[in-house]
Design a binder for this molecule. Structure first.
Ligand code: TRP
Length: 338
């Protein structure tokens, strides 16, 4: 049986929030704990720099932030390798070899990149590094011969690009060195959480996120400000639960499904106030986030030990990626000196 390997990662551009948790962190922790995979988790600082070259300090700060968030949600350095992209030079050389197998027009068709180019308002000034980050991401995935990539569904175009590169490489150089990865996505309807304001996307730039490291008071005041049903003016009015952010969060985070069904019925009937359901959601979210925050604070007390985890993980990752690079060079026939 072929060993199953996970590679996944995040750009370090800020703190991670509960949208990241339901979109992919939860899956990663479960897969890691299943014991069926060798797991690599990458902090993709090179990819983050593709649109932040002028602000490396932000990336440097976010690197440790993301590492703390990983450890806080239960990514366990004894079970998973946590690595830093920029510390693995083989990835850059793989990117160059793969870049020769991809056309500029194919890159420009990538829907995720297209959307990001609009969001980031590059205009005519898209950095080459940004435009080609899907190639660099293919290097990330294939360097570890990943079979399985647990990510949010917005990453599917990256996986498709990676599979195309793998197929081209294996067919041109007639060696089955590289592995085609599969995505691993959250169950339908569970992978996306709206922002506090009801916007479909939770994000830092929209200012509508609950962060994994938020303290108890911040979480409470964010929940009390949440979007509900704008037409539910008086407590006795019947309220809507569809599109009501409080109920969407309860559906995702409350294990007591009978209780949620009961609250929904009461709310629809009328007589259940927004403050009540928000206070209940607050209890649910605090119970979920407190152990995460406790672990976060524990690690945050000893930042040098977190850098040590990253250093050890990157050293192991270098061994694996260097071996793949050697095989790739052999296949291309450029290992001139043995
Ligand atoms: N593109 C991912 C993001 O936007 C980060 C990332 C970089 C990644 N390399 C990866 C994800 C490899 C999965 C596999 O957060």
């Amino acid at each position: 049986m072929v060993k199953k390997i996970i590679l996944t990662g995040d750009r370090p551009t800020g703190k991670l929030h509960i949208g990241h948790y339901v979109g992919s962190l939860k899956n990663r922790v479960e897969l890691q704990n299943s014991g069926e995979y060798e797991t690599f988790i990458m902090i993709a600082d090179i990819q983050a720099l593709t649109d932040n070259a002028r602000d490396p300090e932000k990336i440097r700060r976010s690197l440790i932030q993301v590492a703390l968030d990983y450890l806080a949600v239960g990514i366990d350095p004894e079970k998973s390798t946590i690595l830093v992209q920029s510390q693995i030079p083989a990835l850059s050389e793989l990117t160059e070899h793969y870049a020769n197998l991809v056309t500029v027009s194919r890159l420009n068709r990538n829907p995720t990149v297209k959307t990001e180019i609009k969001q980031k308002k590059f205009g005519q000034s898209v950095p080459v590094g940004f435009a080609m980050y899907p190639i660099s991401q293919a290097a990330d995935i294939t360097a570890f011969k990943a079979t399985t990539v647990p990510v949010g569904d917005d990453q599917e175009p990256m996986l498709e690009q990676t599979r195309e590169i793998v197929r081209s490489f294996n067919s041109i150089y007639k060696q089955n060195i590289l592995v085609e990865p599969e995505g691993y996505f959250p169950p339908k309807g569970m992978g996306r959480i709206p922002g506090l304001d009801g916007n479909a996307k939770m994000s830092k730039s929209l200012g509508n996120a609950i962060y994994l490291s938020d303290d108890a008071d911040t979480i409470k005041s964010k929940i009390m400000s949440m979007y509900t049903d704008p037409d539910h003016v008086h407590v006795e009015d019947p309220g809507k639960v569809e599109g009501n952010t409080v109920f969407t969060y309860l559906d995702i985070f409350d294990h007591d499904k009978a209780k949620v069904a009961d609250l929904k019925a009461q709310y629809q009937h009328g007589g259940l106030g927004d403050v009540k359901i928000k206070l209940y959601l607050n209890d649910v979210m605090q119970a979920f986030l407190q152990p995460i925050r406790d672990r976060y604070n524990q690690y945050a007390k000893d930042i040098p030990s977190v850098y040590e985890i990253l250093k050890k993980g990157s050293a192991h990752a270098n061994e694996v990626a260097n071996q793949t690079l050697k095989e790739v060079r052999d296949a291309i026939g450029i290992n001139y000196f043995g």
